[in-house]
Design a protein around this ligand. Sequence first.
Ligand code: ZN
Ligand code: FE
Length: 264
Amino acid sequence: MNLIALPAFTDNYIWMIHDGIDAIVVDPGDCAPVLDVLARLKLKLAAILVTHHHDDHVGGVLGLRPHLEGAVFGPAFEAIPEPYTHVRGGEKVCALGLDFDIIDVPGHTSGHIAYFHQPKTQPNAPAGTDTPVLFCGDTLFSGGCGRLFEGTPAQMHHSLQALAALPGDTRVCCAHEYTLANLKFARAVEPDSADLDRYTRWCEQQRAAGLPTLPGHIAEERAINPFLRCGVPAVIQAAQNHGALGPQPVEVFTALRLWKNEFR
Ligand code: ZN
Ligand code: FE
C-alpha cells in the first residue's frame, strides 16, 4: 500500500492510499489534485472517506462522484453532500481490502470522526513493513490540535486522549500542514524540551526541502504535542501561568487552547 499526501489550497493535504490499481482518498476539499493523480498513476477511485463537514474537506466530493466506483463514507451526525454511507464510532468501514475502525472525535466539529487502520500482523512478516495509519482530519495536528468550532474543551480533550492511546507507530495523517506554527507554540509551553528541539529541526528541514512534515507518529506526538501532555508537570505549570483554573487535565487543556488562539 502506498500512502501519499496531495497538497490542496494553501495548507491542506488530501491523503490517498493506493495499491497501484485502486485508490481511496480522504477529505477531498478539491477534486482537481485528486483527478490529476488518478490520471497520472492510472488509478481507479474505490472510496472516499470524509472526517467532517467543512468545505475544505468535502468541496471536491461532487466533482469526484462521476469517477467513483465505490462509496462515500462520512460522519453520521453531520451533513455532508448526499448520498453517503453514514458511519459512527465503533463501526468498521472496509475499502480497498482494508478495515478502518471509526473513532468519534467531537470537538473541532460536533460529529467529527477519525479512521484508523491496523494491519493484521502476519506471523513471518518483517517488522515495520506495514504500520497502522490514522486519518484524523482537523482533530489532531502535528504539535497541535484543531480549533473548537462546535465542541467543548472537555470533548476535544477526550477525543485527543483516544487518539493518543493508539499504537506509537501509528502514522498520523492530519489534514493541514500547521506543524511549524504549532511547534512555535509548543516551545512556549515547554521551552526546555530536547524532543521539541530535535523534532523542530527535522520539520524545518522537511519544509525547506518543500516536503510535508506529515505523516507524524503517535509516539512522537505524545512526546512533543502539548495538547496530549496535559498531565505533564511542566505543561500544567505553563497552563496555570496562563489562566488554567486548576491542575486537572481538562482545565490545563482549556487554558492551552485559549492561549494558542491568541498566540502569534
Ligand atoms: Zn475543519
Ligand atoms: Fe480543515
